[in-house]
Design a protein around this ligand. Structure first.
Ligand SMILES: CC(C)(COP(=O)(O)OP(=O)(O)OC[C@H]1O[C@@H](n2cnc3c(N)ncnc32)[C@H](O)[C@@H]1OP(=O)(O)O)[C@@H](O)C(=O)NCCC(=O)NCCS
Length: 186
């Protein structure tokens, strides 16, 4: 996470003191759902059901991370790892915690894990109207490649975004540069 972070090999847990707050990223489990579901409903209205989350958390190909501020879950993101491809499934940050690089930290961590697991590319879908999320993904090198018509609720189109070269030294440098934005001391 950052130079002054405290790492644990268990469940990807990593904590850091930043601006007087303790930030912790760790793997999501079913035990976190009572805190995650209200965020999902607030952010995506209604978003995924609890059952959908439970099913995905039991899927060996899925990996979800939560971000805590002083112990409280305020953001999460997830992906599926299929052969050499990472599929980012979601990212959500509680509205009052946005603009503080929390999504950036989570996507950085997911793509770093994907690289460690041997992925060479990544893909995702995002609403065509969702400029903040598209900018976030563009920052990590995702580029629009196609449109999936009426993908959301049979009304809004999805933009498919694609990232190649995850395994390259150039992409490692990209991730390092992005890390500097939330961890300038490193
Ligand atoms: C999109 C979302 C996850 C961003 O979370 P966040 O923690 O506020 O984002 P960060 O502070 O980490 O910003 C990371 C980058 O995202 C982009 N970004 C974030 N908010 C933005 C905004 N309002 N307008 C334009 N770009 C934005 C920027 O590129 C930013 O990098 P920069 O600050 O270096 O320019 C958050 O707004 C959210 O939860 N939205 C609702 C759920 C959603 O749309 N999820 C994605 C679809 S699955």
């Amino acid at each position: 996470m950052c130079a002054k972070s405290f790492k644990s090999t268990n469940n990807f847990a990593e904590s850091e003191i930043s601006d007087g707050m303790t930030l912790t990223i760790e793997r999501m489990t079913e035990a976190h759902l009572p805190e995650v579901m209200p965020i999902e409903r607030e952010v995506f209205a209604p978003g995924w059901s609890e059952e959908a989350f439970r099913n995905d958390l039991r899927n060996p190909a899925a990996l979800y991370l939560i971000l805590r501020v002083d112990g409280k879950i305020v953001a999460y993101a997830g992906m599926w790892l299929v052969v050499d491809e990472a599929h980012i499934t979601n990212v959500a940050v509680k509205p009052e915690y946005r603009g503080r690089n929390f999504a950036k930290r989570l996507i950085h961590r997911l793509l770093s894990i994907a690289r460690e697991r041997g992925c060479v590319k990544a893909i995702l879908e995002v609403r065509v109207s969702n400029t903040p999320a598209q900018k976030l993904y563009e920052k990590f090198g995702f580029r629009p490649v196609a449109i999936r018509p009426k993908y959301y609720d049979n009304t809004e189109d999805a933009l498919i975004m694609w990232l190649e070269g995850l395994d390259t030294p150039e992409y490692e440098a990209t991730l390092r540069a992005i890390e500097q934005e939330f961890c300038p001391a490193k």
